[in-house]
Design a protein around this ligand. Structure first.
Ligand SMILES: *[C@@H]1O[C@H](CO)[C@@H](O)[C@H](O)[C@H]1NC(C)=O
Ligand SMILES: *[C@@H]1O[C@H](CO)[C@@H](O)[C@H](O)[C@H]1NC(C)=O
Ligand SMILES: *[C@@H]1O[C@H](CO)[C@@H](O)[C@H](O)[C@H]1NC(C)=O
Length: 314
């Protein structure tokens, strides 16, 4: 009787260990993790694991992933690869507010690029306390950070409770959340020339990767026709009559100068992906993207969420 009890105890312990190990491997949530009040990543990412330990020191530099694309080319969808990854802090459209500042007359358009660079450099360091783009206003505007950053979305800043939280507290909270992750990813659809991020790519303290996402312009235009105004084009040109030319011209230049004839500063750091391929085969493309970035793709942690795009300005 004692023996069979022991046998069953050992057996169930064994099964338990195997199931846990399987879930860890798959990068899935441990059941009841919330009960223990722990963050998902703390459970299956012990601070030193074999993968990290075996990575050479240059691979351990902070990865900064720039998802560069244009409005309505699938960047919200592709951005979810990063948002759903527990090691990456994903910033959905850090420059969105700047476009509105220009249109509202609060910012001189000729200063846009300089201010944009300040903001991005700050974010690379998890700093949200720059003067231009108030984090609090940013959260309130369209709630985009709440909707598109899975960690912040879970916090008490979202959806609109932050009206009672001070500016400094909001910034500190964003910094804390950002600092718990190893890497950071941005979606950039308001810069026309990849050259813009050159100073960041050249910065040796980070490991920059650029994903240039393109889509058949017919699909992009078809999608834009159903969406709202192209505010960024209006900001740049004061007139959105030349939208097709602008789209094709931007794509052609970027592909020619940075992908087909990659300059030295971008060698090995840029990858072009087509939205059509992502939508046909999201898992394989996900693996390809993460191989390029040099981080592990965990199918379990990439529950691809297909959400309504019509509300986002992508
Ligand atoms: C915007 O900046 C440009 C260049 O610095 C300057 O010439 C122009 O007067 C500024 N416009 C406004 C409205 O401040
Ligand atoms: C390089 O990046 C680090 C970390 O983001 C930053 O603190 C530093 O100011 C950057 N250096 C230059 C020259 O941009
Ligand atoms: C935009 O520019 C074009 C060409 O200059 C002009 O024909 C058109 O009326 C302008 N549209 C608006 C809304 O200003």
């Amino acid at each position: 009787m004692e023996k069979s009890k022991q046998f069953f105890l050992t057996l169930s312990l064994g099964i338990c260990v195997l199931v846990t190990y399987y879930l860890l491997e798959q990068g899935q949530l441990i059941p009841f993790a919330d009960v223990f009040g722990k963050k998902q990543r703390n459970i299956y990412h012990p601070s030193v694991d074999e993968a990290t330990a075996s990575e050479s020191s240059h691979l351990r530099r902070k990865k900064v992933i720039f998802l560069v694309s244009s409005k309505r080319s699938g960047s919200s969808f592709v951005g979810e690869y990063f948002n759903r990854h527990s090691d990456i802090f994903y910033v959905f459209e850090p420059l969105q507010m700047l476009t509105f500042y220009v249109l509202e007359g609060k910012l001189n358009n000729s200063a846009f690029d300089d201010v944009a660079m300040d903001i991005i450099q700050g974010l690379v360091d998890c700093q949200f306390n720059h003067g231009y783009n108030s984090a609090k206003e940013w959260l309130r505007r369209a709630s985009s950070v709440c909707a598109f950053n899975q960690e912040i979305g879970k916090s008490n800043l979202c959806p609109f409770k932050h009206s009672r939280v001070s500016q400094t507290e909001v910034e500190a909270m964003l910094t804390d959340t950002c600092e718990t992750t190893t890497d950071i990813a941005f979606k950039l659809i308001r810069i026309r020339d990849i050259e813009f991020i050159k100073p960041l790519v050249l910065n040796q303290t980070i490991d920059a990767k650029v994903l240039y996402l393109v889509r058949d312009p017919r699909g992009t235009m078809n999608s834009r026709d159903r969406g709202g105004k192209n505010f960024d084009l209006i900001r740049r040109m004061k007139n959105a009559s030349f939208e097709v030319e602008d789209l094709c011209d931007t794509m052609e230049k970027n592909l020619k100068h940075y992908w087909m004839d990659t300059p030295t500063w971008l060698k090995g750091r840029i990858k072009m992906i087509r939205y059509e391929d992502v939508s046909l085969n999201p898992i394989d493309l996900g693996k390809e993207i993460f191989q390029f970035i040099g981080r592990r793709f965990r199918s379990g942690s990439h529950k691809m969420v297909i959400f309504e795009h019509s509300k986002s300005d992508d």
